[in-house]
Write a protein that binds this ligand. Sequence first.
Ligand SMILES: *Cc1c(COP(=O)(O)O)cnc(C)c1O
Length: 365
Amino acid sequence: MQFIDLKSQYAALKTSIDARIQRVLDHGQYIMGPEVRELEEALQAYTGARHCITVASGTEALLISLLALDLKPGDEVITTPFTFAATAEMIVLLGGWPVFVDIEPDTCNIDASLIEAAITPRTRAIMPVSLYGQVADMEAINAVASRHGLSVIEDAAQSFGATYQGRRSCNLSTFGCTSFFPSKPLGCYGDGGAVFTNDDELAQACRELRVHGQSARYTHTRVGVGGRMDTLQCAVVLAKLERFEWELQQRLAIGARYHELLAAVPGVQRLAVRPDRNCVWGQYTVLVPDRARVQAALQDAGIPTAVHYPKPLHRQPAYRGFAPARNLPHSETAAERVLSLPMSADLSTTDQDRVLVALRRALAA
Ligand SMILES: *Cc1c(COP(=O)(O)O)cnc(C)c1O
């Protein structure tokens, strides 16, 4: 069994993917070819966002958003410590200060009720993460942001396709940033990502920042980056969009089945999904006691698992200096207990049952 089954997906889409790749090889416009704009238009239509700017990766999407906001050294960005490093990394890389606030113990997303108390005169933005594929309390976050004149950047690397109050992830705040890393809900065959916004000026800034700050050829209006997404990778995502809606329904159904059957497994704490949104299960993650032992037992049974993430960022060597004075107990507990189970649109019921049997056995031991 694979943790994420990308081979079945390729087998199902082989004709389209191969044809799409061949078309790029034939026209030869490897950088900013026609597939780039075609994908951006398809993703704008899908999310409902006015602008989509494809970029080199999810990390680059976060960087370009922060550059578009003109983040200055010393500026603070309120975020969660329970995420992949890229979230805080781009803030720190620009000389900003990540202000970590704790998560909700039942969703593992940032606790929106703690944000206002963390705002200072230096705060510029709030960066919630839609962890595991579920959007955080964006309504509350946007309300705090608008009271204080802050921007909101959704790190939607794990949540492309998720809905929140009837709207799509990536179209819920100043910026939505997603990733097309192969294992994400919508992936390419390498690195890729996108920034979404409804603000015309910020969108123009992102378009320029992605090509070394050029507003016209060799007119460098801003200090930018080489942050384009390859035409070939855009072609792959375009082909994958053909089956995306089916995959999303599969993910929701497989997640619901895990949820239902795990209710009867003693020791497992399932994540809560709020009623006004869904979770596309970028990872299907549960909380278990004695994780190292459970993970080893699953490995012995041939079940691959992963830990997202074993340490909150304020405990990582590179980010320790940003640890807040107050403890972040829910982030600490989650980091000790989370375990991600095999999940992909092509996970069979048979394999899912094997996971459940092995997990039940591991927890009973
Ligand atoms: C994957 C991920 C990123 C980074 O995306 P890349 O495309 O790998 O650069 C950022 N934030 C979160 C939460 C992620 O899961």
